[in-house]
Design a protein around this ligand. Sequence first.
Ligand code: NDP
Length: 247
Amino acid sequence: MSLAGKIAIVTGGSRGIGRGICIALAKAGADVVTCYAHGADGANETVALCKEYGVRAEAVQADVAKNDDVARMVSYVKETYGSIDIFVNNAGITKDNLLMKMTEDDFDAVLDTNLKGAFLCIRHIAKIMLKQKSGHIINISSVVGVSGNAGQANYAASKAGMIGLTKSVAKELGSRGITCNAVAPGFIETDMTAKLPEDIIAQMKNSIPMKSLGQVEDVANLVAFLASEEARYITGQVICVDGGMAV
Ligand code: NDP
């Protein structure tokens, strides 16, 4: 499987799963541009790790919830690199709380970054991919978008929304050679999950058929496959990487 000569954008590559995806795409030969909201240092570290594979890589500041930022990032990549072959919607946040304690601001913030951000990015990227008549879009959803989760009404709604977005985009753009799939990670070891209390982590582990947490690479390897020509006939799918959690 080779992505040599392909140009990829991965949102939220300053750490965690986004960083892992950038590295997996670079390892397969793609040039990678990533964006971050605040974490410039982390994003620059990701860039350095990608460059070890001999590809071009860079990081740009862009808040995916802001249309002007997204427009600037997408036109910069198109002008500098000539095409955009792979787009990974990875940037995401959580603001967990029980429904009765969840504020309207926390609901809006999570929906704005996770769902509206994905929509804004796809709308700008699709213009380019439609002209190219090719492209792979991969949305990082979550198993909680499939099954829901107490304390995560905002997050689960945003991730379920990404699944509807994925299937609609797949139907709308499929005839133009563009695929759109969702990857739904389970419980992956990153900063996002590190902030959970020990007892919750132990409880989660116990509920996973494989009895262990996933690693960033487990998600990143699937994304690299979905970004490749080997996956050309797969679209509109939601693939869980969760050790059997959602079964
Ligand atoms: P992290 O919190 O470790 O990283 C999130 C990344 O998103 C950071 O690079 C962050 O950049 C970026 N980001 C956040 N908000 C914005 C924004 N508005 N604009 C641009 N970039 C932004 O998360 P994970 O690596 O754990 O998660 C990555 C994705 O995978 C998320 O979509 C998450 O919902 C999903 N996921 C994770 C699971 C897990 O178990 N870890 C399980 C299921 C899904 P910055 O440095 O600027 O903050």
